[in-house]
Design a binder for this molecule. Structure first.
Ligand code: HEC
Length: 121
């Protein structure tokens, strides 16, 4: 009897931990992409547009399906139009590798933000 209760308690703790780690994994990915976006902004400001390419490539991995939250400005439209969304990162990466100016790259940043980012105050 006592053993059974311990087993039940252990199971519910395991389930609770599983749920918590699921949430924190999603928060981690959101925090990481926000930081990577900031790094791209810093690269532009520093006049190093060539540094954008690997960051844009990395960002493609940082938007797992449905990963948005109260702290995220990512809109659900991203996953409805995934191919168009990712194409903008590809465009950014290619332009960075081709030596495009910070101004040209900035146009792609804006193009994506206008459609797939919802600014929260
Ligand atoms: C393919 C789409 C896309 C492109 C291209 C893109 N961004 Fe973003 N950006 C987003 C999305 C979506 C968010 C919101 C992320 C979130 O809050 O989860 C964002 C957020 C940001 C943020 C805010 C990060 C924070 O701290 O919350 C900055 C800064 C930023 N982007 C800079 C840039 C710069 C600079 C470029 C171009 C060099 C760029 N982005 C290109 C989609 C894009």
């Amino acid at each position: 009897m006592k053993f059974k209760m311990i087993a039940v308690a252990a199971t519910s703790i395991a389930l609770a931990m599983g749920a918590v780690s699921g949430i924190s994994a999603q928060e981690d990915v959101i925090a990481e992409r926000q930081q990577t976006m900031k790094d791209m902004g810093a690269a532009l400001k520093a006049g190093k547009p060539g540094d954008i390419a690997p960051l844009a490539a990395k960002l493609k991995m940082l938007f797992p399906e449905g990963s948005t939250s109260a702290d995220s400005e990512a809109t659900p439209l991203i996953w409805e139009e995934w191919d168009q969304f990712v194409a903008l990162f590809d465009k950014l990466e290619a332009a960075s590798n081709a030596g495009a100016s910070p101004r040209d790259l900035g146009g792609t940043c804006k193009e994506c933000h206008d459609t797939y980012r919802e600014k929260k105050s």
